[in-house]
Design a protein around this ligand. Structure first.
Ligand code: ZN
Length: 277
């Protein structure tokens, strides 16, 4: 599943390649994604003013409003600079034309591919923060608002496992199973510890390790932007070296102890019993 770093890498790729271009054609071959895709014709002829991100939603900003895109479980976006026949899972093309007269570039096709069709496209005129998908979201993990004090405050009196709190999108957005497990390892906190037992110092460590884990992943993704315009294959998603996620029974990369797993809520969590004691 695309996590926040992959979405942020995609955002940078879109901003770099498409900002300033004019949307000239919308081709929805399969509207039955997670929700029915209905895109207004009024978007045609509008210039893409910028690409931002809120949680794992990509926001393509036009003068009249925003296109809100979520990649779901298996979605990806890539940019084609020459015609390439659409495959079975290539559901949506947004065709942009380069209008700057001094540029030799022609059309760019932003192609959405999604085998499992859990992704989504919505259009929101006016203020994008008022869209129902975005209304109840917590703070961004890389923003200053996500601080040790903030996390400590939200952890008080909660009986849930600390990892579940870190993945609660009404508290902090965009942290999935992989990055929650890795951030907890770096902070030396077990994933199944009750949130209410988190100390103020532990909260500080966990916030710092969460930001570091995400930022490293974004940086390693940034090196793959060149691949973003590849005409075949997936966009340049990446896998940074993981310490614990998915490594049950393998030696901890720091101390050699076997990595263990434990259920936290519906999900499996991974930890080193020695480093995270
Ligand atoms: Zn260890």
């Amino acid at each position: 599943m695309p996590e926040l770093p992959e979405v942020e890498t995609t955002r940078r790729g879109l901003a770099q390649h498409l900002s300033g271009c004019v949307l000239s054609k919308i081709d929805v071959r399969q509207p039955n994604l997670r929700w029915l895709v209905v895109l207004p014709e009024s978007l045609l002829g509008q210039r893409l003013l910028g690409v931002t991100r809120r949680a794992k939603y990509l926001l393509l900003r036009f003068a009249s409003g925003n296109l809100i895109i979520h990649l779901g479980m298996s979605g990806s976006l890539r940019i084609l600079t020459a015609y390439h026949p659409a495959g079975k899972h290539d559901h949506i093309d947004l065709i942009f034309s380069e209008t700057r007269s001094n540029s030799p570039r022609g059309n760019s096709i932003l192609r959405y591919t999604d085998p499992r069709r859990f992704g989504s496209f919505h259009y929101q005129p006016g203020a994008v923060s008022e869209h129902w998908l975005l209304q109840k979201l917590g703070v961004e993990p890389l923003a200053q608002e996500f601080s040790g004090l903030y996390l400590y405050h939200h952890a008080q009196r909660r009986k849930t496992a600390i990892k579940n709190l870190l993945m609660n999108h009404q508290v902090v957005v965009g942290i999935g199973n992989i990055y929650a497990s890795e951030a907890l390892f770096r902070a030396a906190i077990r994933p199944n510890v009750r949130a209410s037992r988190l100390t103020r110092a532990g909260a500080e460590r966990l916030v710092i390790s969460t930001k570091e884990t995400l930022e490293e992943a974004i940086l390693s993704g940034g090196t793959t932007l060149q691949d973003f315009t590849a005409t075949d294959g997936r966009p340049g998603y990446f896998r940074q070296q993981l310490y614990v996620y998915g490594r049950t029974g393998k030696p901890c990369r720091l101390c050699g102890t076997s990595v263990k797993r434990v259920a936290t809520g519906q999900r499996m969590s991974f930890y080193c019993p020695k480093c995270q004691s």
